[in-house]
Design a protein around this ligand. Structure first.
Ligand code: 9MJ
Length: 674
């Protein structure tokens, strides 16, 4: 083939694949094939330098770092957005617009878009060629970051198709998806570098690099949400159609964008996306509502710093500043000592937070946090609040370092760190009241022996009064002693005794789980019960046999063996059985006879009642293989809210899809209750 033609074909092919992958989110070729074409194109361009063009897919990274960024001025100012902090603010905004339009319209149509938390960027295309990329700066003057934006794969170096204006300025947000952010920080930690506080900072730091080769290594993306300067061509007369057009020309737009009628529907859109916020693959800090009709936008015009026709309804902030008052060391069920920050109460992520986890001693060291420091606290979704950084400028002169206790704060036993672990543990085992309480709470919990009426407070009281030391003591509690507890009535005491009596009849998986053996969760307990069938066989098993069980690795096997070898642990089990705790043995099923043996499942989206990992483990315990992507070999997909391309693919392939409720029902049919 003629070399020039081959080069042209390769470029067109690579551009198309890029478009399918980065803009449409629909990968079509394996990476290896893409790489092969890219290598071939590079090879041809090296041997025929006269064929190199600046918009070739090979030309994304400039070789020479800049010494400074040049300033550029925005011909059409890049304005920011007004904010609404609640539903009332949004209503006021809508009313102001309707009044301004003088009764000409009764109800406005709004384009709704997730508000990405990144860096606003302008891209200038002249005759379809990317000519310049710039930051927003102060809205009038920004910085020329052309070399940096050229490295972002979702930014086309030239527009696709035709019909675009001769001069087209596209605006949008450059951001780093959550996965890319985590990868970046993991790498930074491994190399002993400073980590980024949040994805927004990471995006800003990655984009404003004088050496574009560094930008190229960061997984930046761009989502377009509007246009600035347009000359020599016309665009559609509604915002949503402009975005559609941008997408046809090869620019990425947000797949969640939509159009609604009236302000009530804006509330609905906001609420629906707020629920899914955590499951989106990128950070958003609100929803942007824009009048969809561009003629109406023009009539409404601009205020001093923001367009009148748009507003951002912010989600409650996920990060706030507060003071660290104290650190307490909590002892968990397995003796793990967790430092918990006591904070000046602060409203963050929609609730008042006064405690946040500091994880372990490594984390305290990494943060460099001291008593009296002002810290940034983050609470996102249902995740427990975390201290993410220290505001060094606010450190008081008397801030003193936090030292980890060398004795257990509850029982005074020695504290040890196991090799390769970040966690320090109290070595007191079941002598430690904190571990006793946690073990009993776990044993009584709903998914273990489900002892109704034995709540956390009561467990604490019973241990503190010396009535309980271990779970076997539960079954020898005397009515009179229970009645002696503060605020304990006859009825409650009788109910507790009845619940204890009823809890004696259980199942083997629940019993194994209830023992609280380290790393043995519900799904592992189920696998063990299914594999061994009886407690006798299980507790006699040695490491090699344990390793045969799906879900059991060397660490779990080691914890199991330690438990079986511990006279005190086995003594408690014996006492429980003597007290009448019992279960039917399970029929032994060969692995190929498990209910979902031979099936491949995929779990996607955000599940409410159980995490995706739990869902996977339950499926594996039932014999299914759990895969990461949907293919013709997939039997079923479990899809929670926020499921994206995997669900689409499942629909295309006609794969059976379970929503969470149906999935829970299926698990229940197989004896797994959540
Ligand atoms: C963000 N940040 O996602 C706008 N934005 O529109 C969206 N920002 C915007 N629109 C006009 N989706 C000015 C800023």
């Amino acid at each position: 083939m003629d070399t020039e033609l081959e080069v042209e074909n390769l470029r067109e092919q690579l551009d198309t694949w890029n478009y399918q992958y980065y803009v449409l989110d629909q990968p079509t070729v394996p990476d290896a094939e893409y790489d092969r074409c890219m290598r071939r194109l590079l090879q041809l361009e090296v041997s025929h330098p006269e064929l190199v063009r600046p918009d070739s897919p090979t030309q994304r990274v400039g070789a020479v770092p800049l010494t400074q960024f040049h300033q550029i001025s925005h011909e059409v100012p890049m304005l920011s957005l007004d904010n609404a902090f609640d539903a009332q603010d949004l209503r006021d905004f809508n009313r102001r617009l309707l009044e301004r339009l003088g009764g000409a319209v009764e109800q406005l149509e709004y384009a709704c878009e997730p508000k990405l938390d990144g860096i606003a960027v302008s891209l200038l295309y002249r005759d379809g060629q990317l000519q310049r990329g710039a930051t927003r700066g102060d809205g009038t003057t920004g910085e020329d970051i052309t070399l940096n934006v050229r490295t972002i794969p979702s930014i086309p170096l030239h527009l696709r198709g035709d019909g675009f204006p001769a001069l087209l300025e596209v605006r949008g947000e450059v951001y780093i998806p959550t996965a890319g952010f985590e990868q970046l920080n993991t790498r930074a930690r491994e190399q002993g570098d400073k980590t980024f506080v949040n994805p927004r900072n990471a995006a800003a730091g990655s984009l404003r690099q004088l050496d574009a080769r560094i930008t190229a290594q960061r997984s930046l993306e761009m989502c377009c949400y509007g246009v600035g300067l347009v000359n020599g061509g016309a665009l559609p007369d509604h915002h949503d159609r402009v975005l559609d057009r941008l997408q046809e020309w090869g620019l990425r737009i947000n797949a969640e964008s939509g159009v609604v009628c009236g302000i009530d529907a804006c509330d609905d859109y906001y609420e629906a996306l707020a629920v899914r916020r955590e499951s989106l693959p990128y950070d958003i800090d609100g929803i942007v509502f824009k009048v969809n009709d561009l003629a109406l936008q023009q009539r409404l015009g601009f205020g001093s710093r923001a367009p009148r026709w748009a507003i951002a309804r912010k989600f409650p902030a996920q990060e706030e500043m507060t003071r660290l008052l104290d650190v307490q060391f909590q002892v968990g069920r397995t003796g793990a000592i967790t430092p918990v920050a006591r904070l000046e109460p602060v409203f963050v992520g929609g609730v008042t937070v006064s405690n946040a986890t500091l994880h372990n001693s490594d984390e305290i060291e990494r943060l460099g946090v001291r008593f009296g420091d002002t810290v940034i606290v983050r609470r996102a979704g249902d995740v427990i609040p975390q201290v993410v950084s220290v505001v060094m400028e606010r450190r008081p002169p008397d801030a003193h370092p936090i030292s980890f206790p060398d004795r257990c704060p509850v029982c005074g036993s020695a504290v040890e760190r196991e090799a390769g672990e970040a966690t320090l543990r109290c070595m007191g085992g079941l002598v430690c009241a904190a571990q006793q309480k946690a073990a009993i709470k776990h044993f009584a919990s709903r998914r273990a022996l489900d002892i109704e009426g034995l709540g956390d407070k009561l467990v604490e009281q019973l241990v503190d009064e010396g009535l309980l030391e271990n779970v076997a003591d539960l079954y020898v509690l005397e009515r009179e002693r229970i009645l002696g507890l503060e605020r304990m009535g006859e009825k409650s005491a009788d109910n507790l005794l009845l619940a204890l009596e009823q809890s004696k009849r259980t199942t083997l998986p629940r019993f194994i789980f209830a023992l609280g053996i380290r790393e043995v969760g519900e799904a592992t307990a189920l696998s063990l019960a299914r594999y061994f069938g009886s407690w006798e066989t299980l507790s006699a098993a040695r490491e090699e046999q344990l390793l045969e069980v799906d879900d059991v690795g060397p660490v779990v096997a080691d914890h199991l063996v330690q438990f079986f070898d511990s006279p005190s642990s086995m003594g408690v089990v014996a006492a429980l059985r003597e007290a009448g705790v019992n279960w039917p043995d399970l029929e032994l099923l060969p692995v190929e006879d498990l209910p979902l043996s031979g099936q491949t499942w995929v779990v996607t989206g955000k599940l409410q009642a159980l995490g995706r990992n739990d869902a996977k483990r339950h499926l594996q315990a039932l014999g299914a293989k759990v895969a990461g992507s949907v293919s013709a070999r997939t039997n079923c997909v479990v899809a929670g809210p926020g499921a994206g391309s995997k669900l689409t693919r499942a629909d295309e392939l006609g794969v059976e899809v379970f929503d969470e409720q149906a999935f829970l029902a299926l698990l229940a049919d197989h004896g797994v209750t959540i």
